[in-house]
Design a protein around this ligand. Structure first.
Ligand code: ADP
Ligand code: ZN
Ligand code: ZN
Length: 731
């Protein structure tokens, strides 16, 4: 091979395109497109990805450097994922090398060999099955937990299925092996252990539409009210896809919050299910990623970045809870996994299913425009009926820890009737404000424009925006008074109040503090399912798809801020949250009831939502967005900037605006710069410039010209910046 050839390499660095290198010394063949190479970059050596090759230009400005090492003989990223990565880099205006290397699990990104450890499966022995779990639980709780998990799967489980267990389950595993209670086994296709229910007519129609579209591209929006049986529709479509010998990719919001979905897939899919999520160790992620890439996985379930897993036989893409904000990455490469799933499905010519009880306005818009086919599940499955929703006017009413008397009475009735109660309060901690009663001083975060939340259990004041914390003040920092009082309610305070008011019923609190420990979430849900806890309270973590059969009353304590949020998406988010939380009520024969406390019982948004449901509400909002020329009818990008110096971000964005205005015609509107809604966060001042256009193409044409020159603009060295295409939050 001669040096007439140059290899294009995407390197993980903030640069616009790829770099050209000479082939490695003495090699006969150029490295395969999609394989990793080690290359010199500045004074460092980095791992990059080969995107192509070309002829060496006759006159070249500078001396080309040489690839030092080829790390893969076969491409690690198939052409299809390279194409997706380059498309996404262009669309989100993010460096292609960072996008593509970001697709890889960390060990592969660092250049380690693309080898996986042999899959490790474990199974109970005869003796293991006969173990007295009760006794073992007292003596060796970790061993008991491992045995218990394995007892759920007679054919054995991959070791990754134990990863969420608490503590050192690895050494528990070894001890159990020595005691002959379990053995290593060979992986086997799981056989479905539970027979599916007969689909109702709506489910059947939806499943048929998806199955008919297998083998080609088609995007379906599965709009099914809570409890309508969307998962059963997915499972039917999965069956048909596996029967074609193809693979399925399922994206879910947060694995830790949806243990039930994984359990259901494991129990029902006659094939090899793998899970990719952040609780896995790097090596486990690599193994699962490589197993899927080798075609040894039939169904891959994962959070947003699982979308970037190679699949040799892709057959179906499913995005569950497609409205969920976690599908959008909020830093670095700010992609939306839902939107990229549509791009990937189109690229490989296979169908996509987006499912939700509360579809995003973007997806409803696509359905109205005929780009997505709308599959409707208007009723709950089985015997369950929709819950009865009621607004409770709390103006002037006495509240105990934020709970009105009528709510407490209704709770008592439901508990007496052996129902379960769920209270929703989207604020963790004990109290959101610590106030000096003598002078009015409020404990604020020294690094943010925000108040500190009092966490009573931990005896700390914490900032929920930057992580700052300190012990609780004993004295006012202004006047020295010791009369400091808590104002407002958080979930901790509510938990105290409820435990005191209903001492005979177990109370479980679900929020980010109480679920920090691995496996805590599933334990709490299990407690609720067994009926040990009859009162559940918590934040939006409780809204996500849980199927708890005995919940008969849901009370939403505070949703009023959603009515007046500064973000134009605030009402949509509020409606989704109310609907999802309400959807936890009455999921079986027992009828459900939902009480919503509000100071604004006449608010038209609440009225539409309650009288006509989320579907009508969302379509009304969509019309309003059209009239206000807001997304999804128009397109936005946000250029954010931040610096320790208060003026630097604005000054830089002024320069960006000037450069932008010189480049664009009337097609793109530049608005700002304005301070971010919370101007100072983590010690930095923040500002933003909004770009808006009726059509995508002029917006992207402008960004394509503007983004590369940002580093050369005045003030660029004094402020950080980032580009967010289709921003979800205006923060
Ligand atoms: P969704 O995801 O739409 O909220 P699920 O798939 O969790 O709904 O289903 C809600 C409940 O209804 C589950 O317990 C499920 O087993 C049950 N279910 C679903 N489809 C049927 C059906 N066709 N017949 C009886 N029960 C069903
Ligand atoms: Zn004071
Ligand atoms: Zn802070």
């Amino acid at each position: 091979m001669t040096d007439a050839l140059v290899i294009h390499v995407a390197v993980p660095a903030p640069m616009d395109g790829t770099l050209d290198y000479l082939p490695p010394a003495g090699s006969a063949e150029p490295p395969a497109v999609g394989s990793r190479v080690r290359v010199p970059f500045g004074r460092r050596r980095v791992v990059g990805i080969v995107t192509g090759s070309g002829e060496r230009p006759r006159v070249s400005g500078h001396r080309l450097r040489r690839i030092q090492e080829v790390l893969d003989t076969d491409p690690l990223l198939p052409a299809e994922l390279l194409q997706l990565g380059l498309w996404a880099a262009d669309y989100y205006h993010h460096p292609p090398g960072e996008v593509l290397t970001g697709f890889l699990p960390v060990p592969l990104r660092q250049g380690q060999p693309a080898e996986r450890r042999p899959p490790e499966y474990w199974q109970l022995t005869e003796t293991g099955r006969g173990t007295n779990l009760e006794a073992l639980r007292r003596r060796a709780p970790r061993q008991a937990a491992v045995l218990e998990r394995l007892a759920e799967a007679p054919e054995g489980l991959p070791v990754a299925a134990l990863a969420d267990l608490e503590g050192d389950w690895r050494s528990a595993l070894r001890t159990l092996e020595q005691r002959d209670l379990l053995v290593r086994t060979t992986p086997r296709q799981s056989s479905a252990t539970i027979a599916p229910p007969a689909l109702n007519e709506a489910q059947q129609q939806a499943a048929e539409a998806i199955v008919e579209s297998l083998g080609g591209f088609r995007a379906h929006l599965l709009e099914g009210v809570t409890g309508s049986g969307k998962t059963e529709v997915y499972l039917a479509a999965v069956d048909a896809t596996l029967a074609r010998g193809e693979q399925v990719l399922v994206l879910v919001p947060e694995i830790g919050l949806t243990p039930q979905l994984i359990e259901r897939f494991n129990a029902r899919v006659p094939g090899r299910v793998a899970v990719l999520h952040s609780a896995l160790a790097d090596g486990e992620r690599r193994d699962a990623w490589l197993a899927a890439a080798a075609g040894d996985v039939d169904v891959l379930i994962g959070t947003r970045s699982a979308l970037f897993t190679p699949l040799p036989r892709p057959g179906l893409f499913i995005v569950d809870e497609e409205h969920d904000a976690s599908l959008k990455q909020q830093d670095g490469f700010r992609y939306n996994a839902r939107d990229l799933a549509a791009v990937r499905a189109r690229d490989v010519d296979r169908p996509l299913v987006l499912g939700s009880a509360t579809p995003s306005l973007e997806s409803l818009h696509n359905a109205e425009a005929g780009r997505y086919s709308l599959l409707d599940l208007p009723r709950r499955a089985g015997a369950a009926r929709p819950p009865r929703m009621e607004l409770l006017d709390i103006r002037g009413q006495p509240l105990d820890a934020g709970v009105a008397r009528p709510v407490q009475e209704r709770m008592q009735q439901h508990l007496d009737g052996h129902g379960q109660v769920l209270l929703f309060l989207n604020r963790r901690g004990f109290a959101p404000v610590l106030l000096c009663h003598d002078c009015g001083w409020i404990a604020g975060c020294p690094r943010c424009d925000a108040r500190l939340t009092w966490h009573q259990h931990a005896h700390r004041l914490r900032c929920h925006h930057c992580g700052y914390e300190r012990p609780v003040d004993r004295q006012c920092q202004e006047c020295g008074s010791t009369d400091l009082r808590d104002v407002g309610q958080g979930t901790e305070k509510l938990e105290h109040a409820l435990s005191a008011r209903f001492p005979d019923h177990g109370v479980v609190r679900v929020d980010r503090d109480s679920t920090r420990r691995k496996g805590a979430m599933s334990d709490m849900l299990e407690q609720a399912r067994r009926g040990e806890a009859r009162i559940l309270l918590g934040t939006q973590m409780l809204a996500k798809g849980h199927d708890l059969p005995d919940i008969s009353l849901v009370a939403i304590l505070d949703c009023d801020h959603g009515l007046f949020g500064s973000d134009f998406r605030a009402p949509e988010r509020m409606a989704q949250l109310i609907t999802q939380v309400a959807g936890r009520a009455g999921r079986r024969e027992r009828p459900g009831e939902v009480l919503i406390q509000t100071h604004h019982p006449e608010h038209p948004l609440l009225d539409t939502l309650l009288r006509e449901g989320y579907g009508r509400f969302a379509r009304t909002m969509l019309t309003e967005r059209r009239e206000a020329a807001l997304p999804p009818h128009t397109h936005m990008a946000l250029i954010r900037s931040e610096a320790v110096d208060a003026e630097a971000p604005k000054a830089f964005l002024e320069a960006v605006r000037e450069a932008g205005e010189a480049q664009c015609g009337d097609d793109v509107l530049l608005m700002g710069p304005v301070p971010a809604p919370m101007e100072r966060r983590a010690g930095r001042y923040r500002a933003q410039l909004l770009l808006q256009a009726a059509q995508r193409s002029p917006l992207h044409a402008l960004l394509r010209r503007l983004v590369p020159v940002l580093p050369d603009l005045p003030g660029a060295r004094r402020a950080r910046w980032s580009v967010d295409v289709d921003p979800q939050d205006m923060l």
